[in-house]
Design a binder for this molecule. Structure first.
Ligand code: PBG
Length: 323
């Protein structure tokens, strides 16, 4: 009789046959930063903060100590400093630029990824500039290119375009190359859905669109596999160095698909809503947080992700090393 249980009989045999690994270096910690004096806790994301520059550097140091693969930075601006064209995104004295320099000053070997988008800096909260009520694709490309260059100039190791404008990877690649940053890699949010799971992030970054939603540029969850393949193939051809799927848990089929189709590292983003669901259930004693998080991360690795952006990165890295 076939008895799969033979290979589960005791820890020694399970350890021998276990194939999926999860290490701190597979985890990237997203961090929010503002120019206020103090860190502000984010209500909908227990354990996460809008960091001050000081608390950001401290947390980045802890992440480095825990062995994470890197951090990804998101800037938070007060409403009165935002404008129609999202100038804060490509300002060399902008919040992400300052934050990048501060981290690099203290921890030059910690990998810093900059999220390249306008939505945290536009008064209307959309990821591109508006012409009337439309998010205009081509005029946005130049601004995304400027943003990436400014981030690279500040010391970002990787730029990660998340605006979902057509042609953004090519535009950013050209802008980086022209500015002398031909060795700065692009982590493309290639397969990014219009997802309700981003709810807590928009609260954290104060970046909810003032009107409408992002369905005219982010992907339709029901569109089908063709749309994911098309987006990934375009970003691959435009010169993305790494391809990301976002969110993670409802889209693991696409993580696997990209892993099989593209000879590039695949990333997945376990987004804010996925984090908050687990935190909320754990706070009520309904779930064992540590086990659930490690199980979810293991599943994403098994699906084919080389690394995972997760708000649990620092905690999970500690769990993994402390055993
Ligand atoms: C910026 C951006 C968003 C997220 C990452 N980059 C927000 C959005 O697209 O609305 C979401 C991350 C998360 O929910 O954790 N465009």
């Amino acid at each position: 009789m076939e008895r799969p249980r033979r290979l589960r009989k005791n820890p020694a045999i399970r350890r021998l046959v276990r194939e999926v690994t999860l290490e701190p270096r597979n985890l990237v910690q997203p961090l929010f930063v503002h120019l206020g004096k103090n860190p502000e806790p984010i209500a909908s994301m227990p354990g996460q903060y809008r960091h001050s520059l000081e608390s950001l550097v401290e947390t980045a140091g802890q992440a480095r100590e825990a062995g994470v693969g890197g951090v990804i930075l998101f800037g938070v601006l007060p409403q009165e400093e935002k404008d129609e064209l999202g100038h804060g995104a490509y300002d060399d004295e902008g919040v992400v630029q300052k934050a990048t320099r501060a981290i690099k000053l203290h921890y030059p070997d910690l990998l810093v990824i900059a999220d390249t988008c306008l939505c945290e800096y536009t008064s209307h909260g959309h990821c591109g500039v508006l012409i009337g009520d439309e998010v205009a694709n081509d005029p946005t490309l130049e601004l995304l290119g400027k943003t990436a260059v400014s981030q690279a100039r500040a010391g970002a190791d990787v730029v990660a375009p998340s605006a979902m404008m057509d042609g953004q990877v090519r535009a950013i690649r050209q802008a980086l190359d022209q500015a002398g940053f031909s060795s700065t890699p692009i982590l493309s949010y290639a397969v990014k859905y219009a997802s309700a799971f981003y709810g807590p992030f928009r609260d954290a970054a104060d970046s909810a669109p003032a009107f409408g939603d992002r369905s005219s540029y982010q992907m339709d969850p029901a569109a089908g596999v063709w749309d994911a393949l098309r987006e990934a193939a375009l970003d691959d051809a435009e010169g993305a160095d790494m391809l990301m799927v976002k969110p993670a848990l409802a889209y693991l089929d696409l993580v696997r698909l990209l892993k099989e189709r593209f000879a590039k590292p695949i990333a997945a983003y376990l987004v804010s809503g996925e984090y908050s669901m687990i935190k909320a259930a754990a706070e009520r004693g309904w779930l064992d947080e540590r086990r659930v998080v490690l199980e979810a991360l293991t599943g994403i690795r098994r699906a084919g992700a080389q690394f995972i952006l997760t708000y649990h990165a620092l905690e999970a890295a500690r769990w993994l090393t402390e055993g």
